[in-house]
Design a protein around this ligand. Sequence first.
Ligand code: 8IG
Length: 267
Amino acid sequence: MSTDPYILAQEAAKALKSATGLESFDVALVMGSGWVPAADAIGQTLSEIPVTELPGFAPPAVAGHAGRVRVTRTEAGRHALIFLGRTHLYEGRGVDPVVHGVRTAVAAGARTIVLTNAAGGLRPEHQNIGDPVLISDHINLTGANPITGATFIDLTEVYSKRLRALVREIDPSIGEGVYVAFRGPTYETPAEIRMLRTLGGDLVGMSTVLEAVAAREAGAEVLGLSLVTNPGAGLVGEPLNHEEVLEVGRATATRMGVLLAKVVDRL
Ligand code: 8IG
C-alpha cells in the first residue's frame, strides 16, 4: 500500500473494480448521517462490501460501524457507487482518510460526486426539520485542507450551478444555503451560532467541505445536499441528539432516495 494518498486512491479504485467486476462508475454518492436509509431507493444493489476491504480506508471508529460501499444500478442503467457512511476529521486520523472515498471514486471513473450530510440549520425562520437544502457554497472553518503544497485550486464554483439547477427542476421547493464546517465533535456554542449567522452561513456541520475540495481538485463536478435535522444551538429549544438525527433520516428516506435516483438518471 502506498503512503501517497493519490496513489493509494488509485490502488483502492483498482481493488474496487476487481471486487465489483465493473470497469467504471458514472457517479459516486456519499451518504452522511440521516441519508443512509435513502440509499435503497436509488436503484438495485449489485454488490456491497465493507470499505475496509479496500486499501486506505480507516477501520471503524465505533466497533461494528464500518462504512460500506455499494454498487447500485439505477432504473436508467447508470452505475452509482454509494458510500454508506464516511470518515470525519474529528476521528483524529487526519485529512487523508476523510477524502479517500472521493479520491477513490474519481480514480474509478466517477465524474460527478454527490455529497450528503445532516446539518444544523442557522435560519430556522425559513428552514424546516427534515427539509433537504442544496449547498450553494461553503465556509471551511475546520482548519484543515486536503491539499498540501502550492497547488492553487479555484473554488469559485465548488458546488455545480448546473447540478443545482437540475435538482430544482426535479423539486422546485428545495432551497439553497451556505454550509459552514467545523471540525467537531462538539456542537457549537450559542455565541458561535450567532457568529456563523453574521458570517453568512445557513447550515452548519462537520463534514463535506474537505471532500468537496478534493473532488474539485480531482476535476469532478460536485452536488451537495444537507438534510436539516436541528436548529443551531441556542436558536430554538434544545439541540438534537444523534438518535433524533437518524430518526429524521428514516422519516425522509423515501423522499431523499427518490430525489437522488432522479438526479442520478438525469446527470
Ligand atoms: I445533524 O448543529 C448536525 N450536525 N457542527 N452543528 C454541527 N454539526 C451538526 C449539527 C449542528 N447538527
